[in-house]
Design a protein around this ligand. Structure first.
Ligand SMILES: Nc1ncnc2c1ncn2[C@@H]1O[C@H](COP(=O)(O)OP(=O)(O)OP(=O)(O)O)[C@@H](O)[C@H]1O
Length: 806
């Protein structure tokens, strides 16, 4: 490595020497050196990433074209290398696009689209091609046939890392018979790479979990060592995920650089038009609100003052001041004019300078017409100035009211008065028309307060009081009607663009539409878990859409518990982003952080130390769907720690966990009950025997005792000759409605109407669904041949709460 240290500082020209070795680096060159960033850190991982990139693309392409995906993944050993072939039945790729899609990094169709898709950056599959060529030296082989085309296009290509351009080695048009592509349309990619199958488990997890969240897809995986390919069948009746729509950016999401770029590129002439054209959720009304907020920032607001009441102690009253300012219009017209302006001002709560101008102009037209005179521009200006002088002659009482309301009751008169007086001076000594921005108002308050505090040892005015006063004053100030700058002016000034951006962010705007997203839905999350995990309990939750940085997102969570799930370690966490399973970097993922910080003991799961991954036979799944999933890196393995998204992940998990908690609570109480029943079942007969032995009396009948002690529902059958009596005793504290089915070997007779009888191949099913209030007994009586045999089935009451004596 060249060292410049010895000469640094001694000679000039180092920069020139350095310049000789400075040059642009192509993106392909960069990733050649930083393969790990794209998920190609090792042979084992490289294979999983390549499969993931190809399958994600195949799923995106088929779904976009409305085709039910049929995807095959084949991994073969080829000498020292492995060959990966992924084939889909998608729409295919045109001849012109194939070289760019596979032979150029950062080329794709989704980077600029605000729509949920698996692919985002336009880097995935070309990175796989790059990895393959770097490790095996072999080109990628691509065959693609578009829908309706007679022939398939075949390419062998590599990426020229100096230029990041495709280098085509073979290009052919193949007839269907010549091509390896099985479906009538779709894409087949074959790459040979240095790899190993150590990450087989991760590969299987990826394919299996892809099947969980894409029940509409059929996947086939063939790899060395398998007797036959693994099939992941499409779920019967599953349909394609709801079609998503591309949306424009949301005003809350853009950054300054992007806004300036958009301002430069827009065809709109006005800021209002620009907002409505380029952003989602902005109509004329919302644009108006943004513009007002922009005006407040760009021009400041004008302070509005209340008019003094007639009789107030003033040097000149309003009428006189206005009359004095008007010359040569005749006494009647002048007095009518001054009177109307003064009345109008007194009828208003407050008036700002621009409002006064407009009032004077309207009154001038009106009175002028009535009296046949013209109140010209100069007269109007003079009248405005005269009236303004009266309005602002003593602003202290006005501000006193505002300051008093905005500060706590503990502030004494002296403080309020002192602050109001000084604040008033800031306005009256400040810019004409009493214009100020929000920041300036706060400065006025601060300066006034500082002076007051430094002159009076006993006065303090804290941060909150200052902010409250500033806000109270700002609230009564008026947004000015000035024309906002044109687009070109905003685009040219970074400060003005920044004011517009702030206005956009501060205005309440409807959240972006969510038809650009396609959540899996709670129902399918649960169905997917049921399909792949044999558990006792399942729960799922889908949250409403939220927004982060202008991109809408939806979080879903699911939990499976018990059954065949492995116990004895921490729970399994399945992470998904836009329906893609995340395989690596679990520890660096926001979902993991959220799961770890939830107090799982509250939900019935064991959690050593009260934090960290919970233990137990459970699977927790989290799916984040967004138009822009914030990954920690280009390899798309882990979600970044974005507070808004973490909050939603937590809420979704907690929603599902609440169901788990009630399930586990119930299970625990049932277990306790069962234990108690087992003990009672054993000791009751023993006690009865002992009692009869000690007393010498007959053994007491303990048939209904267990049900009574346990507050159970007891079902008993008593047969006397040909009469059968089924009785249901309800010892619980609520009405029970058991479904009782008697299975009798002979035809029953005299069956009351409340029961039904079905004959099935010589067996009679007597069905009865009594409603038994708490503490009561209900009986069903029928007759049957005395040698008949019986069997009984009771549903609708948990086994632990049921005692059957038949
Ligand atoms: N099997 C396929 N069928 C049809 N089009 C495809 C297929 N594979 C890739 N493409 C097209 O090629 C583009 C580039 O794919 P690539 O994997 O490089 O990036 P991506 O999927 O857009 O984003 P990411 O880098 O996040 O994976 C895609 O955006 C898509 O338009």
């Amino acid at each position: 490595m060249t060292s410049f240290q010895s000469t640094l500082g001694e000679e000039s020209g180092i920069a020139e020497e350095l310049a000789e070795s400075q040059r642009a680096i192509s993106i392909a060159e960069f990733f050649e050196k930083n393969k790990h960033m794209l998920g190609f850190d090792s042979g084992a991982r490289g294979m999983v990433t390549a499969v993931k990139e190809a399958v994600d693309n195949a799923l995106d392409a088929t779904e976009e074209a409305g085709i039910m995906p049929d995807i095959s993944i084949e991994i073969r050993e080829s000498g020292d290398y492995y060959t990966l072939v992924v084939e889909d039945n998608g729409p295919g790729i045109t001849r012109e696009q194939i070289p760019k899609v596979f032979g150029k990094l950062l080329y794709g169709s989704r980077f600029h689209a605000r729509e949920q898709s698996r692919g985002q950056q336009g880097i995935g599959i070309s990175a796989a091609v790059l990895y393959a060529q770097l490790t095996s030296g072999k080109p990628a082989k691509i065959t693609s046939r578009t829908q309706g085309a007679e022939t398939a296009q075949y390419f062998e290509l590599i990426i020229d890392t100096d230029t990041n351009e495709p280098e085509i080695q073979v290009e052919k048009e193949l007839s269907p018979a010549e091509s390896d592509l099985s479906p009538t349309h779709g894409t087949r990619i074959e790459v040979e790479m240095e790899a190993n199958m150590r990450a087989r488990q991760q590969l299987h997890n990826y394919v299996k979990n892809t099947a969980v969240v894409n029940p509409h897809a059929r996947l086939v995986l063939d790899e060395p060592g398998l007797d036959e390919p693994r099939q992941y069948e499409r779920v019967e009746g599953a349909s394609l995920p709801a079609e998503t729509e591309e949306i424009r950016p949301h005003p809350h999401g853009v950054e300054l650089g992007t806004l300036i770029k958009m301002l430069g590129a827009t065809e709109s002439y006005s800021v209002s038009g620009f907002l409505q054209e380029e952003f989602t959720r902005v109509g004329a009304k919302t644009a108006g609100k943004v513009l007002d907020s922009f005006r407040d920032r760009h021009f400041g607001r004008e302070m509005a003052w209340g008019a003094p009441e007639p009789g107030a102690e003033l040097e000149t009253d309003l009428e006189t001041a206005i009359e004095d300012a008007v010359a040569n219009k005749g006494a009647a017209a002048t007095s009518a004019f001054a009177g109307r302006v003064a009345d109008t001002l007194r009828n208003r709560d407050r008036t700002a300078y621009f409002e006064l101008e407009s009032i004077v102009s309207t009154v001038a037209d009106d009175i002028g017409e009535k009296h046949g005179v013209t109140f010209g521009e100069t007269v109007q200006e003079n009248a405005v100035d005269a009236a303004w002088e009266v309005l602002t002659a003593d602003v202290t009482p006005d501000l006193y009211g505002l300051v008093d309301d905005a500060t706590s009751t503990r502030k004494d008169d002296r403080t309020v008065e002192g602050l109001a007086t000084r604040l008033g001076e800031k306005f009256t000594d400040g810019p004409a028309r009493h214009r100020a921005t929000r920041t300036q108002v706060r400065e006025y308050v601060d300066r006034s307060a500082d002076v007051l505090v430094s002159a009076n040892d006993d006065i303090t005015i804290g941060e909150t009081a200052r902010e409250n006063v500033a806000e109270a004053v700002w609230k009564v100030m008026r947004t000015v009607p000035d024309e906002v700058p044109k687009i070109s002016e905003v685009a040219e000034s970074r400060d003005t663009a920044s004011e517009l951006l702030e206005a956009m962010r501060e205005t309440d705007i409807l959240a972006p539409p969510t038809n650009c997203l396609s959540p899996i839905t709670a129902e399918l999350v649960e169905a997917g878990l049921r399909k792949e995990y044999d558990a006792d309990f399942y729960a799922a939750a889908t949250r409403d859409a939220e927004v982060h940085g202008g991109d809408p997102f939806i979080v879903e969570a699911g939990i499976a518990y018990g059954g065949e799930l492995e116990d004895g370690g921490s729970v399994d966490l399945l992470r998904f982003a836009n329906r893609v399973p995340l395989v690596y970097q679990r520890g660096a993922c926001a979902t993991t952080d959220v799961v770890k910080r939830i107090g799982w003991r509250n939900y019935g799961l064991d959690q050593p130390g009260g934090s960290g991954m919970p233990n137990g036979p459970a699977v927790i799944m989290v799916h984040v769907a967004s138009t822009n999933v914030p990954f920690t890196s280009e390899s798309k393995d882990a979600l970044a720690n974005i507070p808004e998204i973490e909050d939603e992940i937590e809420l979704a998990i907690r929603e599902a966990a609440r169901d788990l908690k009630s399930y586990l609570n119930k299970r625990r109480s049932m277990q306790k009950r069962r234990k108690k029943q087992d003990v009672l079942g054993k000791i009751l007969p023993e006690m009865a025997d002992k009692l009869s032995e000690v007393t010498g009396r007959e053994r007491p009948n303990i048939d209904g005792a267990l049900a009574r002690i346990m507050n159970n529902v007891g079902v008993e059958r008593v047969v006397s000759d040909d009469t059968v009596t089924l009785s249901v005793e309800n010892h619980s504290d609520r009405t029970e409605e058991p479904d009782i089915t008697e299975i009798v070997s002979a035809e029953p007779a005299d069956v009351p109407d409340e029961a039904t009888v079905v004959d099935l191949d010589g067996e009679w099913f007597v069905k009865w669904n009594p409603s038994v209030p708490a503490g009561e007994t209900v009986e069903l009586t029928y007759t049957v041949a005395s040698d008949a045999s019986f069997d009984i089935n009771v549903d609708g009451v948990e086994t632990e709460k049921l005692t059957v004596n038949t």
